[in-house]
Design a protein around this ligand. Structure first.
Ligand code: ATP
Ligand code: MG
Length: 497
């Protein structure tokens, strides 16, 4: 059989062969070739030692002595070889020396790396049978090397460990997450004894570096079947070591506006965003949007309430994503979307000033994503109420006010102007003045006129620190129509008015 192997990869294989070494494609790329999927990267395994690989490729693809084509070598015997390709999947091809792994005493890193002589030995250290397939790069021998019946498992859509499941998971507990990831990504079933071993050893995930868990978790989230991934993580007892906060919603019933428990609803919201192929941030924000409900629940049954769950939810989102070492900017974005997912909008009640204020709070750059989360919430409830008309109206209003000033940067006077007019150094007074100006301009955008604002700065400048600070805080904490509405709407729904 002929496989579609890029010429850059073949060139590397040929060079290894010409120097008398083997070169096999291995791992994900062979699996994906056999499945007819596009490989994400190309990994080669060889009996050449890392130093030999480096030497062999020091003059590859236009490399010179000070700029060698081999990019690095790590402790695991992997050498990255730069190619001329612009394709990100092909820019660097990894060449790894055959190895067998030594003992794992810490359940996450082998104590020592031992090089192996044959490709078969190398395949035996791999995680799952479908990942333990190799193929000669240049195609001298075109048959697949398959020591563990990986091709049968590919055909039957089965995830099964290479060798004894419990031993393999104890060696490296990240494999617990990887089993779920591949099952979800490929829509495969985990073979029963492999599954049993995962349940049994699920607690060992605790030993694994958070970054590694996070990276597998992101891959699960980014699958179209992400929601099934969350359910599988829970079934296999792994979710407690990924996002335990989500588990608080299991079996927590909602009120008469919902047919699902909090947990089910969160998962269904994620499902919608995954099917829509939304960003990872939107997927996570949808999964976490009601994570604050269990803690804010008051009462039982059809009239229970969840006041302020969006604040608690934003906090829990931050805690859980920080714990998994997501970049700060990423977790802030997700928490922000959770915090604002409850905005209220009624066509005839909200003014243009209200919409400007909504934009100012939420940030114009987050509006699209926030609406996606809101849509996921609506669809994920299982009983979607009519919202599209209101949504269209909100978009129309946003469009109408989008050139109006909504941030301090858009004011006709800036911090420097304030300092000059009031002859004050940088300090809190400048910020207070700007906050008051912005709130006034949000109400009346025509007021964003340099002369008018300069006059107003002078007035504000004559106020005492205390009074000015109070005014600025009042402006900042002003209850917005959107947020007011949330409370009002909820109270009405629950007949507490
Ligand atoms: P992807 O398509 O997402 O890249 P992949 O199967 O290539 O999937 P990688 O993480 O790139 O996954 O790993 C490449 C190969 O290395 C795997 O196919 C597997 O053979 C082996 N491997 C990776 N991680 C482990 C692990 N933790 N334990 C054992 N083998 C592993
Ligand atoms: Mg890969």
């Amino acid at each position: 059989m002929n496989y579609d192997i890029p010429k850059e990869v073949k060139r590397i294989g040929k060079r290894l062969n010409e120097a008398g070494y083997d070169a096999h494609l291995v791992g994900g790329c062979v699996r994906d070739l056999l499945l007819g999927r596009e490989p994400k990267d190309w990994d080669i395994t060889t009996n050449a030692k890392p130093e030999e690989v480096q030497k062999l490729f020091s003059s590859f693809a236009g490399a010179t002595e000070d700029k060698p084509a081999t990019v690095y070598e790590n402790d695991f015997g992997t050498v990255g070889i730069k190619t001329e390709s612009e394709d990100p999947r092909l820019k660097v091809v990894e060449v790894t020396t055959y190895r067998i792994e030594g003992k794992y005493t810490d359940k996450r890193h082998p104590d020592e790396i031992k090089f192996a002589k044959t490709v078969e030995e190398d395949l035996a250290r791999r995680d799952f049978t479908i990942n333990a397939l190799a193929l000669d790069v240049v195609g001298k021998k075109s048959e697949i090397i398959d020591s563990f019946e990986g091709q049968d498992d590919l055909k039957d859509k089965i995830i099964r460990t290479v060798g004894n499941s419990e031993e393999r998971f104890s060696e490296d507990a990240l494999r617990l997450m990887r089993a779920v990831r591949f099952a979800v990504e490929l829509d495969f079933q985990i073979e029963p004894s492999t599954r049993k071993a995962i349940e049994k050893l699920s607690g060992e995930l605790e030993m694994i570096a958070k970054e590694r868990i996070r990276d597998e978790f992101i891959k699960i989230l980014n699958c179209p079947r992400a929601a099934q991934g969350i359910i599988l993580l829970e079934e296999l007892n792994l979710l407690r070591n990924v996002i335990p906060e989500l588990r608080e919603g299991i079996n927590v019933g909602q009120n008469k506006h919902h047919i699902y428990t909090v947990f089910e609803h969160n998962v269904r919201a994620l499902d919608y965003t995954a099917k829509q192929n939304y960003s990872t941030e939107v997927r996570l924000a949808s999964l976490l949007h009601d994570v604050g409900k269990p803690k804010s629940k008051r009462g039982e049954g059809p009239d229970s309430t969840f006041y302020q769950h969006e604040y608690i939810g934003a906090k829990l989102a931050t805690i859980s994503l920080d714990r998994l070492h997501f970049p700060k900017e990423f977790s802030e974005k997700v928490a922000h979307l959770v915090r604002y997912h409850m905005f209220y909008y009624n066509t005839d009640e909200v003014s243009a000033a209200g919409v400007r204020r909504f934009l100012a709070r939420v940030g114009p750059e987050s509006v699209d994503e926030l609406l996606q989360v809101r849509e996921a919430d609506r669809i994920g409830s299982g009983v979607p109420k009519a919202f599209p008309y209101k949504l269209r109206h909100l978009l129309f209003m946003i469009d109408k006010v989008k050139r109006d000033p909504i941030s301090p940067k858009m004011l006709a006077v800036r911090g420097d102007d304030v300092m000059k007019i009031l002859e004050v150094p940088p300090g809190p007074r400048v910020g207070w003045v700007l906050s008051v100006l912005l709130e006034e301009v949000l109400d009346e955008p025509k007021g964003n006129d340099k002369e008018k604002l300069e006059e107003r700065v002078k007035e504000l400048g004559s106020m005492s620190d205390n009074d000015l600070k109070k005014l600025a805080e009042k402006a900042k904490n002003r209850k917005d129509e959107f947020e007011d509405g949330v409370e009002e709407e909820i109270k009405e729904k629950h007949h507490v008015k």
